[in-house]
Write a protein that binds this ligand. Structure first.
Ligand code: GAL
Length: 305
């Protein structure tokens, strides 16, 4: 059991983000994993923080969070309800959250019980026949929603895939200026195995000598200002590729990885924050906060969606 004195209050981080001043993290509580990056950003693992301390800070600061999620075609039927319902119990408990649900079938958004201070905003989007396009265009839709709505109501934005479900605490400890997630399949691998885009014609291209971590696009976030920059830049590089007839290996995820190589995230989330239960036991994973749902790619990624 750590005493409060053991918890080291951080100063302004190297990147000068004011929000880091409030952080209380114990970097030495975990000796089995890397708890900070080479540029000084914390990597958040179970045991490094006291959830209540963060909650208190953010309640006092009247922090409000926007969670964006794309539920297009059958993805809405299969996944949306589980994500929304489970988030009432685990996601940013005690803090106001607005869910921005982007969908081509607004009438199908399920009516669910929402905890106090929570609301769902349905954002109609046009259907794209290729799932790759849906995935890439979300960068544009998120940017536009930040401009039209989010910036007026929320300090922070988190962007999540719909095919996942909360299973454990996922709270205000994740909030920071820009936040990236370690991919569950790659955090224990070497850089040469990372699935960055390797096509020099793509704007997402990364050379063998580049890259810090392989980040998963299923969760990213930060202040609205940072998420606006992330989504705007990725949208532009994706469109640049389209004009050249190129598509990056993992679409928006490749572009996001390139972005975070060039603009280091100020906080990194361990794979506890999006775990694939198909990866069996690993001693470093003490808690599964959000887990992948079964993908059903064959049924979901056909043209009729
Ligand atoms: C897979 C995942 C994809 C993508 C890929 C990158 O496990 O399902 O969405 O992230 O890894 O290699």
């Amino acid at each position: 059991m750590a005493f409060l004195e053991d918890w080291i209050p951080m100063g302004n981080d190297e990147l000068g983000h004011a929000d880091m001043k409030l952080d209380v993290l114990n970097f030495t509580s975990r000796t089995d994993v890397q708890t900070s990056t080479s540029w000084g950003a914390p990597i958040i693992w179970d045991g490094m923080f006291i959830p209540e301390a963060y909650e208190q800070i953010h309640r006092t600061a009247h922090t409000s969070v926007a969670l964006t999620v794309f539920a297009v075609g059958k993805y809405l039927d299969v996944y949306l309800k589980d994500l929304l319902v489970s988030s009432q119990i685990y996601f940013m408990v005690g803090i106001p959250v607005t869910y921005y649900v982007f969908t081509d079938v607004p009438e199908k958004v399920p009516a669910i019980y929402l905890a106090p201070g929570r609301e769902v905003k349905v954002m109609p989007v046009k259907h794209h026949s290729r799932w790759q396009d849906i995935s890439m265009m979300r960068m544009m839709f998120i940017r536009d929603a930040i401009d039209s709505q989010i910036q007026h109501h929320h300090q922070y934005v988190f962007c999540m895939d719909v095919d996942q479900v909360f299973r454990g605490h996922f709270g205000t400890e994740v909030l920071a200026d820009s936040v990236a997630l370690l991919h569950a399949h790659y955090y224990f691998r070497s850089r040469k195995e990372f699935t960055y885009d390797r096509n020099p014609k793509s704007l997402a291209y990364m050379a063998d000598t580049q890259g810090d971590f392989y980040y998963h696009a299923s969760v990213f976030g930060g202040s609205w200002q940072s998420v606006r920059k992330i989504t705007d830049t990725c949208y532009r590089t994706i469109m640049g590729d389209k004009e050249n007839g190129v598509e990056a290996l993992w679409q928006d995820e490749s572009h996001l990885n390139k972005y975070f190589w060039e603009h280091k995230p100020s906080k990194v989330l361990s794979p506890e924050y999006c775990w694939d239960t198909n990866i069996r036991f690993r001693t470093d994973i003490h808690i599964q906060r959000l887990i992948w749902q079964e993908k059903h790619y064959k049924e979901l990624r056909n043209k009729e969606n």
